[in-house]
Design a protein around this ligand. Sequence first.
Ligand code: ACO
Length: 332
Amino acid sequence: MDRNIPASRILGTGHYLPSQVLTNDDLARRVDTSDEWIRSRTGIGQRHIAAPEEASSDMAAAASRLALEAAGLSPNDLDAIIVGTISPDKRMPACAVYLQQKLGVTNNCPSFDLSAACAGFIYGLGVADAFIRASQSRYVLVVGVELLSRVIDWQDRATCVLFGDGAGAAVLGPSDGDGRGIVSTHLYSDGSKANDLHIPGGGTLMPFSAEVLERREYYVRMNGQEVFKYAVRAISRAAGTAIESNGLTPNDIDWVMPHQANKRILDGVRQRCGVPKERFFINIEETANTSSASVPIVLDQAVRSGHVRRGQNLVFCALGGGFSWGSALVRW
Ligand code: ACO
């Protein structure tokens, strides 16, 4: 949706990365791969892996506490909690209600998960902004969290090298009416590509069974080359839409904060979307691909390191399973 007058803005951000790090060399001792192969194909050098006792909601809570603190709000100030994730604690109930519980939110605010894979945080921003615009909510917590180390096949070298665990969070509240805030969000899906990046088993179509376990169909499956081609086109187009629909040019953009899918995908996006290379915030070497968590992790790192200043134009863009993708233009 295009809008020139922001209704909401980001009041505070936070992120959490588990302390355990798995380097490419560590991984090469488990599967037939190498640091050189992974770095040259993906730009990834390491990934963070959650401790056995950690759940997605624990990581989400750690990121959210920092975001609430930065926003100067208490947990019970929240009117809604939205969690983008494909790796919730359980299939039911939502990861968001465990997050609500762990934050100590007792006001019965609606708390729900949103399934848009790597685009989950940007989808969440779009929904939160609409809630605030409609005066349904005043303060909304939006989280992207993934514990992918428990849903990838550690015997499949084509996928296990790509992913990592982490969480990022943002607290949204009403804009001050000074032009700063969520200027636009554009969200898309293409269901014809649903089986190019999916978890085939464990849902109602193919419930858990001995065969599903034996065929390892409860893990992420990916058509890597199709994802690659589609992602470059769709992410760069969505970033372009965020810029052009607001009457801006690539030179007006201070930071692009893309989903950290894979460095070669990001190189393709950089070439197409026209924003100077050095204005892309990239952390994939140390975090790998954390799906819905990647954009809010990048955002929080950029904010806390002083890279983001008042009035700057930020573009968020991402694509993931679905395929679902989107972009947002945020004036900080
Ligand atoms: N280490 C060593 N060799 C490997 C590995 C590995 N980790 N993985 C695959 N190979 C081998 C294959 O077995 C194959 O060997 P063969 O020729 O003997 O059969 C060879 O490398 C080439 O395999 P391809 O799958 O063709 O490799 P490709 O060059 O396409 O690279 C990759 C694979 C990196 C996954 C690429 O397709 C890609 O970047 N795709 C995008 C996927 C992505 O980033 N997904 C992230 C999640 S979705 C998202 O966030 C948008």
